[in-house]
Design a protein around this ligand. Structure first.
Ligand SMILES: [Mg+2]
Length: 304
């Protein structure tokens, strides 16, 4: 069992080469440290990626029938899910013009055949280490520093992706927008340190109130939070919105300066649509924002 877990953590390398002996030699030398998949053609490489997801690194032969390595690289760099995967060309076409061409397509490295295995292994290791660091940095850029939940930037990206998916599949998409009632008074009276703690607790409560992997909560800014609920209609979204309200109130964070409760509460606006071509994600966002305004106008600590 623990072996399987370790195996899962290993980086995934895809080797693409039309010569079986090349593949065998490379794959055998890398198998001790990485998970290795092999493809005998560009087409097979894309089939593997569609099935198992983007690898952490691709070793790519240039000369292959049908689709050559340059074309494979070009397509990889065009697709959002593979554009950041490092590609190393491993090829007998190794004069400087070829090398320049390959690097300009976005490859990170170029190894000439016949290759020296320890050098291939060392270059692979260097590029994998860089990839791991880049991935980590990218995930941190998308997190809100105070509350450790996704930030506005990640929200914008996710909304764009989920909008397109819902539009394509003809499925409903719901958006929840909420903010903490009388948070300015809370901050003014208890101080910013206590205010920050309150934001952290509310963020954790909201993140703990969703259970489907596709549901998403982010800090929108200040004391405002948002949730994206794919494949969820207004009825389903209302259940989640009510849960946000009740979970926050049930933490019983004392708020002596709220007009609606002795505790910290939230006002929630929700909007739900089946996206169409003539609408944009911004329309959904402004509808949720209007509902949030209504929730505040009609007395706060409620869902609209
Ligand atoms: Mg070849």
């Amino acid at each position: 069992m623990s072996d399987n877990i370790d195996e899962e953590k290993k980086a995934l390398i895809l080797i693409v080469d039309d010569t079986p002996t090349n593949i065998q030699v490379l794959a055998e030398s890398l198998r001790a440290d990485y998970r290795v998949r092999v493809a005998g053609s560009g087409k097979a490489a894309f089939e593997i990626i569609a099935k198992v997801g983007a690898p952490d690194l691709i070793l790519l032969d240039v000369m292959m029938p049908d689709m050559d390595g340059y074309e494979v690289c070009r397509r990889l760099k065009l697709a959002p899910e593979t554009k950041n995967v490092p590609v190393i060309f491993v090829t007998a076409k190794a004069d400087t013009v070829d090398e320049e061409y390959g690097l300009n397509l976005g490859a990170v490295d170029y190894i000439a055949k016949p290759f020296h295995l320890p050098i291939v292994a060392a270059r692979v290791r260097n590029h994998i280490n860089l990839k791991i660091k880049t991935d980590l940095l990218e995930s941190q850029v998308m997190l809100d520093g105070l509350t450790n939940i996704p930030n506005r930037r990640r929200f914008d990206e996710t909304l764009e992706i989920e909008w397109k998916r819902a539009l394509r599949d003809g499925m409903p998409l719901s958006l929840i927008m909420l903010d903490i009632d009388y948070f300015k008074r809370y901050n003014d009276h208890y101080g910013h340190g206590v205010g920050d703690n309150c934001l952290k607790k509310v963020a954790a409560s909201l993140a703990g109130s969703i259970d489907r992997p596709s549901d998403f909560v982010a800090r929108y800014g200040g004391e405002e939070f948002v949730a994206i609920l794919p494949d969820t209609d207004a009825t389903g979204a209302r259940v989640i919105a009510e849960r946000f309200c009740s979970h926050v109130e049930s933490m019983k964070i004392a708020h002596g300066f709220s007009d609606v409760s002795n505790f910290v509460t939230v006002s929630v606006g929700l909007a739900s649509v089946i996206p169409t071509i003539d609408m944009t994600p911004t329309d959904l966002l402004s509808r949720a924002d209007e509902r949030l305004y209504q929730a505040k106008e009609s007395g706060r600590n409620r869902v609209c």
